[in-house]
Design a protein around this ligand. Structure first.
Ligand SMILES: Nc1nc(=O)c2c([nH]1)NC[C@@H]1CN(c3ccc(C(=O)N[C@@H](CCC(=O)O)C(=O)O)cc3)CN21
Ligand SMILES: CC(C)C(=O)C(=O)O
Ligand SMILES: [Mg+2]
Length: 264
């Protein structure tokens, strides 16, 4: 069954949690759909996780489109959200609309995600009226790493009021969902309980309507960063290393391939 906006809001109304995974490829997307993940986000975290960059700032629109097409082939029925990359929607409302429109037309995604609050409100309003569902992203917003000044919780003390205001502004502009990243759980709880939209937390505590993590974090393949909020469900890197070691050993010793694994 295809996941739609209505499915997601029905889940919210019934008090059932919404699941989202950020991933970038066909194989992992297939697995997500198979186990019933509601939403896949093609996150611009691919700049760090897939490309090995030290921030998300270098990712291009073409790269996001390329990965989204692969993910869509693996997960045709999942609600698919594309993270709009840095500088693809900040220059002007017109350019933002053009780029978001391209993404939707070329990839078959269902929605776009934009970082920020008041500064993107006009764009959010226009997109929603055009017919493009918008996901907001508040708290720690990686595309502002250089002004935020590194990885940290955003929304303690005076910053909380800014986030409350931005949250309301996004909802008023028509955002149907808001990702809350690295905000104090008390603030995420308050926003969730006063919201019309769907809140999805990452490092925002247990009270959001849904939770999102990066696929490669969930399966323990990311070893260079381990934010406090990540739960690694298996030691993927350990399992993969072991498999590779055995392959190398088998080739070197002649144990692979056998005649049965060959063509006569
Ligand atoms: N693999 C991966 N998972 C993510 O969740 C993720 C990315 N990459 N890249 C894009 C953003 C950046 N994120 C990050 C990356 C690192 C920390 C981190 O190192 N946090 C530490 C230190 C915090 C501090 O210095 O105060 C932590 O303990 O949480 C947090 C969020 C979340 N997103
Ligand atoms: C972690 C999620 C929210 C994200 O923005 C990403 O993967 O880029
Ligand atoms: Mg992102």
């Amino acid at each position: 069954m295809k996941v739609t906006l209505r499915t997601l809001f029905r889940k919210r109304e019934e008090g059932r949690k919404i699941t989202m995974v950020s991933t970038y490829d066909y194989i992992s997307a297939r697995l997500c759909q198979e186990v019933g993940v509601d939403c896949i986000l093609v996150g611009d975290s691919l700049g760090m996780v897939f490309q090995g960059r030290d921030s998300t700032l270098h990712v291009t629109l073409e790269e996001m489109i390329y990965h989204t097409k692969a993910v869509r082939r693996g997960a045709p029925d999942t609600f698919l959200i594309v993270d709009m990359p840095f500088m693809s929607y900040q220059v002007s409302v017109e350019e933002g609309i053009k780029n978001c429109g391209r993404v939707i037309k070329e990839t078959g995604a269902n929605a776009v995600k934009l970082e920020g609050g008041e500064e993107i409100a006009e764009l959010v309003y226009r997109l929603v009226r055009i017919g493009i569902p918008v996901v907001g992203h508040l708290g720690f917003t990686p595309q502002k790493i250089n002004t935020i000044g590194g990885y940290r919780v955003v929304g303690r003390e005076e910053e909380a009021q800014r986030i409350r205001q931005d949250f309301k502004t996004l909802e008023d502009a028509g955002a149907f969902m808001v990702v809350l990243e690295a905000v104090p759980w008390q603030l995420a709880k308050e926003l969730t309980h006063t919201s019309r939209s769907i809140t999805v937390g990452i490092g925002a505590g247990p009270y959001c309507h849904g939770q999102v993590l990066v696929f490669y974090d969930i399966v323990g393949l990311v070893e260079d960063v381990k934010p406090k909020f990540v739960r690694r469900y298996i030691d993927g890197a350990g399992l993969f290393r072991e498999a590779l070691r055995r392959f190398v050993q088998d080739v070197e010793t002649g144990a692979y391939p056998s005649e049965e694994e060959s063509y006569g």
